[in-house]
Design a protein. Structure first.
Length: 170
């Protein structure tokens, strides 16, 4: 799978996760406790959220590499070597992303709520939710796109008709 496709696949579930966190009322403006952060990190791991963001480092590197390749395709060999080294060197920075996501969860949910959510995702229903959610989200996105396209055709036609009624010749 290409980096771009991996990033696109990651964006949908990640956007849902971010939207859920953003839509939740903040529990406290204070820094979350270490135990809340630990539970939040477990939640991130169980839900596979870390996998959603794994392509970020490689994607950024590939984007920079493409920038230089467009300027000089002869740089490909050196850029491939540099990119491989950078992916390895930058991988430890991935913890910045997971730590911040854990902090967001721990800020928006109490420790008990995080434990309850974690318990749900470890339950049979929660495991099924995790397994089926990508399929449901993907199907939902496809349906919404088709629906919006049909609505666009309807709106465009209706707008054209209304403009004609007002004397505009289209």
């Amino acid at each position: 799978m290409s980096v771009i496709k991996a990033l696109q696949r990651a964006v949908r579930p990640a956007a849902i996760a971010v939207a859920l966190v953003a839509a939740s009322p903040a529990v406290s403006a204070q820094q979350p406790s270490a135990s809340s952060l630990l539970v939040a990190k477990q939640l991130i791991q169980v839900t596979g959220a870390t996998g959603l963001f794994n392509p970020l480092i490689a994607g950024v590197i590939e984007q920079a590499k493409l920038l230089y390749l467009q300027q000089d395709p002869g740089l490909a060999k050196d850029l491939n070597e540099i990119a491989a080294k950078m992916r390895k060197d930058l991988q430890p920075r991935f913890s910045e992303v997971t730590n911040e996501i854990a902090r967001l969860y721990a800020t928006h949910f109490t420790e008990q709520e995080l434990k309850d959510i974690l318990a749900f995702y470890r339950s049979p229903a929660g495991k099924k939710m995790l397994a089926e959610q990508p399929v449901v989200v993907d199907s939902s996105m496809k349906y919404a796109q088709d629906w919006a396209n049909k609505l666009s055709e309807q709106v465009t036609a209706q707008m054209r008709d209304e403009l004609k009624k007002k004397g505009h010749n289209l």
